[in-house]
Design a protein around this ligand. Structure first.
Ligand code: C2E
Ligand code: CA
Ligand code: CA
Ligand code: CA
Length: 279
């Protein structure tokens, strides 16, 4: 039994070493990914549920790793956040998204509002507002065409500081939304103080909206809460016609989800724009 125990122990250490090695490898690859130009943005269309028109897109990062292939953000954003790399990556995302939206506008395909995810670390950078102002100036994108997606938890860290940052961001004219709304630790009294424009209903509530009365109740209250606070509301993760019809019937303003389109690489997004325009 003693023997087996020792073997097990060795087994675990080598498994742990492997995991630690894997993490180190990913970490060092991640440090080089920006300069090696391995990141790309995919764009998921957002539709106006009243008019059926395409109003914009959410930019979602992809990492094209030379060996691992496409690494989804769920597998590297947290690590990038931990080691601080999320800051330069986030600047790259902002600049690329703004440039892209401007390029579509110049090509007669716009104006399209572009939504960008911010991480907590990025949100609390001293130079966040200046960086965004510079990127808008450099790309020529109108500020109201840039939407920043924030989460409740990121703002609950320090509400006073968060309100200050949000005000400074509003002062340069960008749109602000709360992502994954309803999943974080939120307080309605703070919501009132945040100068935001849009709530994004998390896909976990949308999934069973037509099956589970509790999820339906939550979605309906978010829509009505948003509208009472004079905010707009967008549902994410819409995968079926029934979900779409339900949201439309209950006054949700916008939607995004696989039912209309997955996040698309630039050229596919442009093809989609072309077919929507000629439809
Ligand atoms: P998120 O911001 O909540 O983004 C929505 C996620 O849901 C995306 O996953 C999207 O591809 C996926 N999705 C869209 N429609 C549907 C649908 O109909 N059904 C289902 N099941 N899923 C759908 P993705 O692209 O893997 O991104 C995961 C998360 O990674 C994002 O969640 C966001 O938190 C983070 N992320 C992505 N890009 C960036 C970025 O540029 N910066 C930062 N800081 N975070 C990012
Ligand atoms: Ca998002
Ligand atoms: Ca989300
Ligand atoms: Ca999410």
């Amino acid at each position: 039994a003693k023997e087996t125990g020792r073997n097990n122990f060795q087994f675990y250490t080598s498994a742990m070493n492997e995991r630690a090695m894997e993490r180190l490898r990913i970490e060092s690859d991640l440090r080089n990914a920006l300069e090696r130009n391995e990141f790309a943005l995919h764009y998921q269309p957002q539709l106006d549920l009243k008019t059926g028109r395409l109003i914009g897109a959410e930019a979602l990062i992809r990492w094209h790793h030379p060996v691992l292939g496409t690494v989804p953000p769920g597998r590297f954003i947290e690590l990038a956040e931990e080691i601080g790399l999320i800051v330069p990556i986030g600047v790259w995302v902002l600049r690329t998204a703004c440039r892209q939206s401007m390029a579509w506008q110049r090509a007669g395909m716009g104006p399209l509002r572009i939504a960008v995810n911010l991480s907590a670390r990025q949100f609390y950078q001293q130079d966040l507002v200046a960086t965004i102002r510079d990127i808008l100036a450099e790309t020529g994108l109108e500020p109201q065409l840039l939407e920043l997606e924030l989460t409740e938890s990121m703002m609950m860290n320090d509400v006073e500081v968060a309100v200050d940052i949000l005000r400074n961001l509003k002062a340069i004219g960008v749109q602000l939304s709360i992502d994954d709304f309803g999943t974080g630790y939120s307080s309605l009294s703070y919501l009132k103080r945040f100068p935001i424009d849009l709530l994004k209903i998390d896909q976990s509530f949308v999934r069973d909206i037509t099956l589970d009365p509790d999820d339906a109740a939550i979605v309906l209250s978010i829509i009505s809460l948003a509208h009472s606070l004079r905010l707009q509301v967008i549902a994410e993760g819409v995968e079926t016609e029934a979900q779409l019809a339900y949201l439309q019937r209950h006054g949700c303003d916008y939607m995004q989800g696989y039912y209309f389109s997955r996040p698309l690489p630039t050229t596919e997004f442009e093809l989609m724009l072309g077919s929507v325009a000629s439809a």
